[in-house]
Ligand binder design. Structure first.
Ligand code: HEM
Length: 181
C-alpha cells in the first residue's frame, strides 16, 4: 500500500465504518429501501462528479470519463421512477489535491457496491451497483494519487476532501433512511 493510500484509508476509516453501518440498514429485499439507497447515493454522487467535471479530473486520471457513474445511476433512478431535484450549484473552484480525495472515495465505494449488488433480486435495475470496471483501474488510481499527493499539505487537503465526500454520503443516507422507514 503506498503512502497516500495508507493515509487516506486510515484518516477516513471511521467515516467508512459509519457509512457501511448506515447503508447496511437499508433492507435490500424491499424495493423502497433499494430506491432510497440509490436516491441517497445519487444525491451525494452527482454533485461530486459535477465538481470533478468542472475541476478537470482528467488531469489527475485521464480515464475519468470512463469512471463517472452519473449515467448509470440515472438509468436505475429512471427505471424505479425516482425523480430527484437538480443538485444545487456549488462553488466549483476545486484543487487537484481536493479532487484526489473525492476520487478516492467515489472509486473506493465501488468495492463495497459489488457486495451489495449480490443482495438485490435479479429482476431489479442494477446499472449502478453492478457497474464493474477492470480490476486494474483501482490500483492505477491509487498510484496516480500517490504521485500527486507527495507533499504533506496536499495529502491533508485530500484527506479533508475525502472526509467531506464521505460526509455527503452519510447525510444523504441518513435522510433517505428516515424517508423509507
Ligand atoms: C453497505 C455499504 C458498504 C459496504 C458493505 C462496504 C464495504 C467495503 C469493503 C468490503 C471494502 C474493501 C474492498 C476491498 O478491499 O476489495 C470497501 C472499501 C472502500 N469503501 Fe466501502 N462499503 C460500503 C459503503 C461505502 C460507501 C458509501 C463509500 C463511500 C461513499 C465507501 C467507500 C469505500 C472506500 C473509499 C474504500 C477503499 C478503502 C481502501 O482500501 O482504501 N464504501 N468497502
Amino acid at each position: 500500500m503506498n503512502a497516500a493510500h495508507r493515509r487516506l484509508r486510515e484518516a477516513t476509516g471511521a467515516a467508512h465504518a459509519r457509512v457501511d453501518a448506515l447503508f447496511g440498514r437499508f433492507d435490500l429485499a424491499r424495493r423502497d429501501d433499494y430506491a432510497g439507497l440509490l436516491a441517497a447515493h445519487a444525491e451525494a454522487l452527482l454533485p461530486v462528479e459535477a465538481l470533478l467535471d468542472q475541476g478537470g479530473a482528467e488531469a489527475i486520471t485521464e480515464d475519468w470519463p470512463q469512471r463517472r457513474r452519473a449515467g448509470v445511476i440515472q438509468v436505475d433512478l429512471d427505471a424505479l421512477g425516482i425523480i430527484l431535484p437538480a443538485p444545487e450549484s456549488e462553488d466549483s473552484v476545486t484543487s487537484d489535491a481536493a479532487m484526489a480525495g473525492m476520487l478516492y472515495v467515489l472509486e473506493g465505494s465501488r468495492l463495497g457496491g459489488r457486495f451489495l449488488a449480490r443482495s438485490i433480486p435479479d429482476s431489479w435495475p442494477r446499472a449502478y451497483l453492478g457497474s464493474h470496471q477492470p480490476p486494474h483501474m483501482w490500483p492505477e488510481l491509487l498510484e496516480k494519487l500517490n504521485l500527486l499527493l507527495y507533499e504533506p499539505e496536499a495529502l491533508e487537503t485530500a484527506v479533508t476532501a475525502a472526509n467531506q465526500t464521505f460526509g455527503r454520503f452519510e447525510a444523504a443516507g441518513t435522510k433517505w433512511l428516515a424517508k423509507v422507514a
